[in-house]
Design a protein around this ligand. Sequence first.
Ligand code: SF4
Length: 167
Amino acid sequence: MKKLKICVSACLLGFKYRYDGTSDFFTELVERLKDKADFIPVCPEVESGLPVPRDKMHLRTSSRGTRLVKVETGEDMTGFLDRWVDVKLEQLAERNPDGFLLHSRSPCCGLNSTKFHNPAGKLLPQKTSGIFAAAVRRRFPSLPVGDETDLETFLGKLGLRDNGKNR
Ligand code: SF4
């Protein structure tokens, strides 16, 4: 059986790329898919050139749409990330991925699970998607995109769910 190609947030694969220098290794993903899929690690923040560790960032509304800003200083990093995202998505498209499994709640990778703030940095009630996740959805509208909080649904969309057992 031909292996699938799954783009995965690198921190879920054990890369210590989070803003505080940690990973969030998702053991179940690797155990269940290691024989069925090749993983393509992707980290928008590190691959775009940000250091580890780095300043914490979050998403804010603005008249120019959703912005990615540093929490402490309010520095707007949106343009910095957007330039990388455009190039990266074209590179990934050439590899014909079968899906994306992204890290929840991240300002870059979160999928409808990321905290949202007003222009002054005050927390809003609604959740949104990170800037990379939103761009992935736009660029690959027909591909399964999921996060680690609902692996079963993601596997189902890939045709790999079998009552919790590997096929
Ligand atoms: S940007 Fe995404 S892949 Fe990189 S550390 Fe944050 S959640 Fe993980």
